[in-house]
Structure formats: C-alpha cells, structure tokens
Design a protein around this ligand. Structure first.
Ligand code: PMP
Length: 419
C-alpha cells in the first residue's frame, strides 16, 4: 500500500516524499478492525510526528519544572524552552514582537479571551458585531454571550450555495454601529477559504478591528499577520500536528496593552496587595497560572517539523489530494458535495441522499477509514444547507491517493448496501 502516489513536486523541484513523512507518524502504522488505519479526520485533529512526541517527552523526562519563577537549573531550562516556542510561533506567523503571542488552551479560549476583555471594554449597547454564516460555534457563542450582556447585536454575513461569503452583503452590513468583526479564515465544515485580506482592508477603512479564526487555516496556508494586518488571530496546536490543550492568541500590541486581563492569578501580576494589584507586562498579563508547558514546547516542535517540509509544499500536495478526491466522489449516486467554493483547503464534506452520515461514518470505520460525521460544531451552517449533518473527509500532509481510493471504495460499498 501507499506506494503508487503520483509525484508532486516541491518549490525547489524535489519530490514530495509522502512515504518519508508517513514514517515520522507512528500512529499511521496502526490497524483498526484489522485494516490499516486510513486517517481522514485531520480537520478534527491531526496526528503527531515522533519529533513532537519526543520533544514533549523530553521535557518530562529531563527538565520538568515550573517556569518563570525558579532560579534553579531545571526551571531555567524549562523557561527557555517555553519562551523559545513563543519565538518560533512569532516567526511562523510573522508577528512584530513575541509579546503579541499569548499561549492559550486553543482557538476556543483565544476567542473567549478577546470577547471577554476587548469585547467587554469596547462593545456597548446598540453596537454591532459581524461574524459569518460558516463560523464554528467557538466563534459564535462567545460573541452571542457578549451581545446578550451588552444588549448589542450579532450580525451574520450570508453565504451562497457554494459556501462562499457574499461580499456585497458584508459591505452593506457595515455601518457606524459596527464595532468588531470576527470571521473564520478557512471553514472546517466546507473547506472555504475566505477573502480575509479584503475583509480586513474594508473593515479598517471604517476603523473596525478584525479577528481571524485561523484554526483550519494555519496548517494549510502560510499566514503573515503583518501582511494581513489582522488585529487578532486564533489557532490551536492540535490542528497543526502539535499537542492538544495549547493554542495561540495573536493580538496587535496596542490592543493587548489596552485590554484588561482575562484571568487573575500567578504570573499575570506585577505586584499584589490586598488593596490593589498591578499587572505584569505582555504577554504574561494574559497567562495566569502554570501554563501547558510541555504543550507549548510540543507546539514549537510541530512548527519546526512543518517548516522543514514547507507549508507551501504541504498545501500544494493536499490540494492535489482534494482535487483527486473531489473528482473520485463526484460520480457516486446521490452524493452531494457541501462546500464547492473556488478556494478551498483540503476538506471534502458530502451528503448522501439516502444514507445518514452516521451510517456512513460507522460503515467506513469498519473499513479502517476514519472520517467525521455530524454538524462539525457549525449547526447554523447545516441549517443553511438544509441538512442535519455531513460526512467529512479532511486530508493532511501524510494522506495518499491510495487512501482516497480506499475511502471511495468504502463509499461504493455503502451505496451497494444502503442504495
Ligand atoms: N474554529 C474552527 C474553524 C475549528 O475547526 C475549530 C475546531 N474544530 C475551532 C474553532 C475550535 O478549536 P479548539 O476546539 O481547538 O478550541
């Protein structure tokens, strides 16, 4: 298996060596129900290369200690590794300074942080916040909660039948009450890549700050926050071949400086008395308590690993897989692809006319093929397409055309059984 994948070439004209990459991921040798694992659930979470596993392990084996507060050698070593990861993240997204990189638990916490601090401080009664119809619940609910608290209004950019934002509608929505915009860079359910630069430029021409949910973008598209000029950006380590429980909030330093802290506790303070507390400088002001130290180190390692292969090379390869898979499923009877935008990351969501997505997922599991079925935490989007759920295959850097073939063979069997 996995030997016939047609060559895709990297920027410097070297063959994209998927076999070598696969060998770096121990879990890919697993069997499920006696069949080799075909892992096509990368939009939910990605697998971890040995390099990341080793880096996390080494912290626990060799220099486990709490950071920032210790003078002893292990604490200093742990602090250095933790802060080195912050610098790796800073360079990865080209932030201006490392004080703009806040470690959080993930995208969800990053959005909640901004809604609870920047939002509470700057959104008032009658103000409007704009999101889109394709948001993940984690970029809906925190804003909805804020709107309820402040008596402000959540407005939603509509999408067309291909799952693309209707930009003209967005333009019409902006008015003097619009105080914040938060949109997903790439949709986890549809794969759509949104025209975020255009959104940011238009918003900034009205002095409106923009937050990007980059949970699905960061492992498929090179991101330069200075070029994008976004005000905030959130992502999770586990979608980036890194650990769970760690993520990033990027924020422009002027915003972060002006925002009140999110949580109170150790590390985020400068001086505490019972009468008054002064807060630590950035980024520590937003990092109360002992953080996920091994996770941060693992995230840094994941970025190093990705950069060795090159995100652009990965993106090109994944796009080949997406095109191949899209063509392969398009003749299947009763199958409708949900999300046919011109620009997509490697997510293939579909719906069978006569088979429930749950049955599709369960059947494929017995073939060793792991996909996700459900609403993908985008219930309003499912409603927009008039379906309860989709089946979603999402491809990562280690998937192959042979694996796509196994997915399609499984789908054909499903049609025979249920069709
Ligand atoms: N936004 C998008 C687009 C996502 O795909 C996800 C994860 N499915 C999230 C936000 C939430 O990420 P996390 O659960 O890691 O906080």
């Amino acid at each position: 298996m996995h030997t016939k994948t047609a060559a895709v070439f990297t920027q410097n004209n070297k063959r994209y060596d998927v076999e070598k990459i696969r060998n770096d991921f121990p879990i890919l040798k697993t069997t499920v129900h006696g069949k080799p694992l075909v892992y096509l659930d990368n939009a939910a979470t990605t697998q971890k290369p040995q390099y990341v596993i080793d880096k996390e392990n080494n912290y626990y084996k060799k220099y486990n200690a709490n950071i920032h507060r210790g003078v002893h050698a292990l604490s200093q070593e742990a602090t250095e590794a933790f802060e080195e990861s912050r610098i790796i993240v800073k360079k990865f997204i080209n932030a201006l300074g490392k004080n703009e990189i806040i470690f959080t638990r993930g995208t969800t916490e990053s959005v909640n942080l901004v809604a609870s601090t920047y939002g509470r401080e700057n959104i008032n009664e009658g103000d409007e916040i704009i999101i889109s119809h394709m948001e993940h619940h984690s970029n809906i609910v925190p804003w909805q909660m804020l709107c309820q608290e402040k008596n402000s209004k959540l407005r939603v950019i509509p999408i067309n039948d291909d799952g693309e934002l209707i930009f003209e509608e967005f333009e019409k929505m902006i008015n003097k009450r619009t105080k914040f915009i938060s949109v997903v860079h790439a949709s986890n359910s549809l794969g759509t890549v949104n025209p975020v630069k255009k959104i940011i430029d238009l918003a900034h021409s009205h002095n409106i700050p923009v937050m990007l949910d980059a949970a699905q973008a960061v492992n498929h598209l090179p991101i330069d926050v200075q070029e994008l000029d976004c005000d905030f950006l959130a992502f999770s380590g586990h979608k980036l071949y890194g650990p769970t429980g760690i993520g990033i909030l990027y924020g422009k330093v002027n915003h972060l400086d002006a925002m009140p802290p999110y949580m109170g506790g150790g590390d985020m303070i400068s001086k505490v008395t019972f009468e008054e507390t002064t807060y630590n400088e950035l980024p520590h002001k937003f990092e109360a308590g002992t953080p996920h130290i091994s996770g941060a180190i693992g995230l840094g390692a994941a970025i190093e690993y990705i950069e060795k292969i090159g995100l652009e090379n990965i993106a090109r390869y994944e796009n080949e897989l997406l095109i191949y898979a899209t063509e392969a499923v398009s003749d299947l009877t009763g199958l409708r692809i949900i999300g046919t935008a011109k620009e997509k990351i490697s997510v293939l969501s579909f719906h069978f006319e006569n088979v429930h997505p749950h049955d599709v997922g369960t059947f494929l599991d017995f073939e060793g093929v792991a996909i996700r079925t459900g609403h993908h935490c985008t219930q309003p989007l499912m409603k927009r397409f008039n379906i309860p759920a989709t089946s979603r295959a999402s491809f990562g850097m280690y998937n192959t055309k042979e694996e796509v073939d196994l997915l399609v063979a499984g789908l054909k069997k499903i049609l025979e059984v249920f069709g």
